[in-house]
Design a binder for this molecule. Sequence first.
Ligand code: TXA
Ligand code: MG
Length: 306
Amino acid sequence: MIVTVDTALQRLNRGELVAIPTETVYGLAAKATEAQAIENVFATKGRPSTHPLIVHLPNLEAIHEWAIDIPESAYTLANAFWPGPLTLVLPKHPQVLSSITAHKPTIALRIPNHPLTLALLNKLNSAVVAPSANRYGQISPTTAQHVENAFDDIAVLDGGPCTLGIESTIVQLTDKPLLLRQGSLTLSTLTNVLGSPLDVPTEIVNMPGSDRHHYAPKKPLYLLEQDALLTMLKTRKNVSVISFLPKQHDILDWVQAPNTAFEYAQKLYSLLHELDKTASDCILVEKPPVREPWLAILDRLERAAQ
Ligand code: TXA
Ligand code: MG
């Protein structure tokens, strides 16, 4: 059910959930001061309670209500990129409900850049938790329709297709700056603004919410180098393909991939949602370049793959 900003506001204030648009993906929002609503977010998504949520703020001043011991680097990044696709992990304010942070001492915060959601947050005069509005482990939503397909009877504030299409970049600032999740803001952009390098864990293990298998379609997805993909196509035709090569007509579904990372990211989840519904047996994806600005796309494809 599509709702207006005012209806969304009333629902949030009553402790109900509303799916909200952001520039990255749609979020499943609950007022961040409502313990029961937060529990419903976990239950509705089927998300383990050990996976902390991101709190979405209306403005930078609100940061003090959610975090403490805020380092200068947080203001540097926030001033440069908020509202926008950057989540900062900071020491948690003691008054914040510990279910939000999965009882961790840190909290993830961002200001999303979407006019409807900013209007909603300003009217709410509080913050919302908003994990991506998909069931746990499935493909993230980038349209209101994706959200409606995933959940029955969900209220959705329809802000059109998301402009960036993949989740925010996450940077932890509790010690030396650490890149926890690749996103559309690249490491080199962040490094330039910070004026110092960030640590990038080579293998992100045991990071809640960063399971190896995530963002996955229901049918198998194989991420392949171009040669391996072409070899596979000699024997398999009933497949969906996302490749940088032009369409091959004997293949069931063929999508020629956008050649800019910006456009690829914008379309990625929509394509996966679409190809998941066709009659093909599996989805074969040509591996994108292993360099910026493709790394966030590569990360999501690797997690979606078998
Ligand atoms: O772009 C986005 O960030 C979207 C939109 C809706 O804002 N939200 C999103 O939320 O992607 P979700 O719940 O799907 O992903 C949250 C990520 C998880 O990887 C989680 O582990 C991480 O944020 N996270 C949350 N709190 C954290 C914390 N205290 N320390 C480390 N990671 C944290
Ligand atoms: Mg998610």
